[in-house]
Design a protein around this ligand. Structure first.
Ligand SMILES: NC(=O)c1ccc[n+]([C@@H]2O[C@H](COP(=O)([O-])OP(=O)(O)OC[C@H]3O[C@@H](n4cnc5c(N)ncnc54)[C@H](O)[C@@H]3O)[C@@H](O)[C@H]2O)c1
Length: 455
């Protein structure tokens, strides 16, 4: 690597991770491992400082508790963080700052950049303190949060420059370098972990980009992909999720059509996927803070440039309306079977936004429940993965870990394919559903003999 000496020493630099959530914590743990560098084969001896503004999160992590379930207690307790802190002074000794804070949307579906702006202020302040130390290497700031193309250079770097008094220009004396490397993990997926997924990297200069690429290359087994500039890396991440959103929207639209034609969409997909170039997406609820949110970052930027995207916004609308459509279909089926809605017991099986993960942010099951509540059904919500206190706090809903053993439900709606639900046998379902009852199976997990309604 050219001009290696101007940057921190790759194998034993100090790294501060800003934001210790689903993305930040696994990253901090991977960087902290005393493992062999995947490139130089030297032993990595890095100091890792975890920074988060949520004191409760820090306290839990210190006790070995990860409420996101991404990291086991053992792994967490085995990790020697140099510090877990919410103090800016404590991260001022870092050489590398990696920002993994949320990038949500506001009530108007516009990007809410407040967390990333605040994190940039924090890093700017830390860099100002660091600049007064004897450490003369160029510090590196890397963003991993999902953003629209241009955010890092147009919004974040100017904030750091203002707060630190440094410049993101390596021709100057008081400088820092910057990069963007999107996180592509899939929470709940224990097979494809951080180190198994190719890491896209980029940097504010050629040298910085190379350094950042080596930094990730040192821990990522799958390797890295260096893009020619920061905007390309930002855009790559946003289109991954936008493409997924649109593909699911297409399947949702097809499911609506096939319901009218009384054909099972999942059967159709199964048949169609025997062709080599058919892409097997399935219909479903699109919640969470990535797939259902990130396309709005792209549409916001496009609109700011005078272009109104049509396909992306249409896909968003279809996916957002899916909960209402499903609720109406269930009510229709129950009415056809002459159920008296106000005395019907309905079990909602699954509340998280995706399977095998405790994340309930922006779950579309909530929208489904809100719509069903209009019909005065006796609803019971069950999800073994959900923290009931959190569900009560965020949504004002009672979510049980287990369903009642005494009730035979008039309808069951399977919304999430948690492995606890997939492994249920035919008799388990028969034990909890009324003879005349309806099973609404959004994920295709109920044994076929039970004639569940599938979308
Ligand atoms: N979770 C995923 O599946 C996933 C996958 C890929 C990319 N992403 C992206 O990564 C980013 C982070 O997502 P996440 O799921 O880890 O979020 P998260 O909510 O799980 O974690 C974010 C953490 O940042 C902390 N935080 C918020 N503001 C802060 C600040 N100013 N300074 C320091 N800490 C702060 C929060 O307290 C929280 O602990 C988002 O942009 C998201 O879109 C997420």
């Amino acid at each position: 690597m050219e001009n290696k000496s101007k940057y921190p020493v790759l194998e034993n630099c100090t790294i501060a991770i800003i934001g210790l959530g689903y993305v930040g914590l696994p990253l901090a743990i991977e960087f902290s491992k005393k493992q062999r560098c995947k490139i130089s084969q030297k032993i990595l001896k890095r100091k890792i400082i975890g920074f988060d503004i949520n004191p409760q999160r820090l306290e839990e992590l210190k006790k070995g508790i990860d409420s996101t379930n991404e990291v086991s207690e053992q792994e967490l307790l085995n990790t020697s963080f140099f510090d877990l802190t919410n103090q800016i002074e404590s991260i001022a000794q870092a050489d590398v700052f990696i920002i993994t804070v949320p990038t949500p949307i506001d009530a108007f579906k516009k990007p809410d950049l407040e967390p990333i702006q605040k994190a940039s202020i924090t890093v700017g302040k830390a860099l100002k303190i660091r600049a007064q130390s004897l450490n003369t290497t160029i510090p590196i700031v890397i963003y991993e949060s999902t953003v629209y193309p241009g955010t890092t250079e147009e919004i974040c770097i100017p904030i750091i420059e203002k707060e630190s008094g440094l410049f993101c220009k390596e021709s100057n004396k008081n400088t820092f370098a910057c990069g963007y490397s999107p996180e592509r993990i899939n929470p709940g997926d224990k097979k494809r972990r951080l180190k198994d997924i190719i890491k896209i990297t980029s940097g504010s200069s050629k040298d910085a980009a190379k350094w950042i690429d080596f930094l990730y290359g040192s821990i990522i087994e799958a390797g890295t992909h260096l893009t020619k500039n920061i905007k390309t890396a930002e855009a790559a991440k946003i289109i991954e999720n936008t493409q997924r959103d649109i593909n699911i929207a297409l399947m949702n639209e097809l499911a609506i059509i096939f319901r009218l034609l009384d054909i099972d969409t999942l059967d159709i997909i199964e048949a169609a996927s025997t062709k080599w170039n058919f892409i097997k997406f399935k219909p479903g609820l699109v919640g969470g803070h990535c797939i259902g949110v990130d396309p709005y970052y792209l549409t916001y930027k496009a609109e700011s440039m005078g272009y109104t995207p049509e396909i992306v916004l249409a896909g968003r609308k279809i996916n957002d309306d899916m909960s209402n459509w499903l609720a109406e279909k269930l009510i229709l089926e129950m009415t056809k079977k002459n159920f008296l809605l106000s005395s019907s017991n309905v079990l909602i099986l699954g509340f998280t936004f995706k399977e095998n993960c405790p994340d309930i942010r922006n779950t579309k099951v909530y929208d489904l429940i809100k719509k069903l509540e209009e019909y005065n059904l006796n609803l019971e919500i069950v999800d073994p993965w959900v923290n009931p206190i959190e569900a009560e706090k965020v949504y004002g809903l009672k979510v049980n870990k287990k369903h009642s053993k005494k009730i035979k439900y008039d309808a069951i709606v399977c919304t999430v394919a948690h492995h606890e639900f997939i492994k249920k046998h035919k008799s388990d379902w028969e034990n909890i559903i009324n003879k005349n009852g309806i099973i609404f199976d959004l994920k295709g997990i109920v044994p076929r003999e039970l004639n569940a309604i599938r979308i």
